[in-house]
Design a protein around this ligand. Structure first.
Ligand code: MN
Length: 327
């Protein structure tokens, strides 16, 4: 399919590059680091070869979210956003941007979001899970009340917010002890991000700000598969759910969430996600440079779905969500 738009596509600046080291065997590092630092050459070639018209770019992970020195986190976020704005300006038809945010401090994050959307023309924000703030052990999730003024601004700006994975800190990862292969994209990324998304849904955040638009990658981080069970466990015991939100979790999942195909190129999984949230809420993505563009595109272009749905997922849903102009 030509004209695809992809939106979980990463780059690095020198200050954040090392965060992507260690997920692959060391002999892949020269290739991965070159992919991360490139914007206008190899990336464009990959896009041209595989029918991708535009990428919405975001910083690698965990980057800003793992910088517990708040001032430093703010400084790196601003530097990355300024750099990204310059790159987008060189080729705005092919690249648009997600803001990196110093969510260590909700006020700083709110200010940087506003700057990125209003002054730099960014299309939304992408955060790599919880933020470590003040100390490495202080992990802040964004359902916490101190973030609600931030979310008010996200809604006011109508900025889609991409909740991207990261690993849990070591102190919170006992379940993976002795099984390091389960960390990262294999399992821990999805687990961590799904729980964070559930926290947002159960907190009542979407009752207060019903027009928030949250994007999660990897075909929903397992959430579509589990959505019925979340709302219907022990249904014979007629007890109200023990969370502050007013409605069923699935209601928020259906109304406030969009899913991308990043790093999860499996038709069975896509069909499940389509049945849960509809083809109107799924968006094509690769997860370059951690996944290959050809793996994403060759699978998506031939997946057994209708051409109507392929066009929505591959292109028109993103045009609408990010207000990218004429369809
Ligand atoms: Mn990613």
């Amino acid at each position: 399919m030509l004209g695809k738009i992809a939106l979980e596509e990463h780059f690095a600046i020198p200050e954040t590059l090392a965060d992507s080291r260690g997920f692959l065997p060391e002999d892949y590092w020269p290739e991965l680091s070159a992919r991360l630092l490139d914007i206008h050459q190899r990336r464009i070639e990959e896009m041209d070869r595989h029918g991708i018209e535009m990428m919405l770019l975001s910083l690698n992970a965990p980057a800003v979210q793992a910088i517990h020195d708040v001032k430093k986190a703010d400084e790196i976020a601003r530097r990355a956003n300024d750099f990204l704005a310059e790159q987008v300006a060189k080729n705005p038809k092919r690249f648009q941007a997600f803001a990196a945010l110093p969510l260590q401090d909700p006020d700083l994050a709110t200010r940087e979001l506003e700057r990125c959307i209003k002054q730099l023309g960014f299309r939304g924000a992408l955060a790599n899970g919880f933020s470590q703030s003040g100390t490495p052990e202080t992990c802040l999730y964004y359902d916490l009340k101190q973030y609600w003024p931030f979310w008010e601004m996200v809604q006011k700006l109508d900025a889609p917010f991409y909740l991207h994975p990261r690993n849990p800190i070591a102190a919170w990862a006992q379940i993976y002890e002795g099984h390091p292969w389960l960390l990262g994209p294999t399992w821990a990324f999805g687990q961590e991000t799904a729980v964070h998304a559930l926290r947002l849904m159960g907190s009542g955040l979407f009752d207060a700000y019903p027009r928030l638009k949250i994007i999660v990658g990897h075909m929903g981080e397992g959430l579509p598969f589990s959505m019925w069970r979340v709302d219907n466990r022990n249904a014979w015991a007629k007890t109200p759910p023990k969370y502050p939100a007013k409605r069923k979790i699935a209601d928020y999942f259906h109304e406030n969430f969009w899913l991308t195909t990043s790093g999860n190129f499996r038709t069975q999984t896509l069909i499940d996600a389509m049945l849960e949230v509809s083809a109107d809420r799924i968006l094509f993505s690769a997860d370059w440079p951690f996944e290959n563009v050809d793996h994403a595109a060759n699978w998506f272009d031939t997946a057994s779905i209708s051409e109507t749905d392929r066009l929505k997922i591959g292109r028109t849903n993103s045009l609408r969500l990010f207000k990218l102009g004429n369809e």
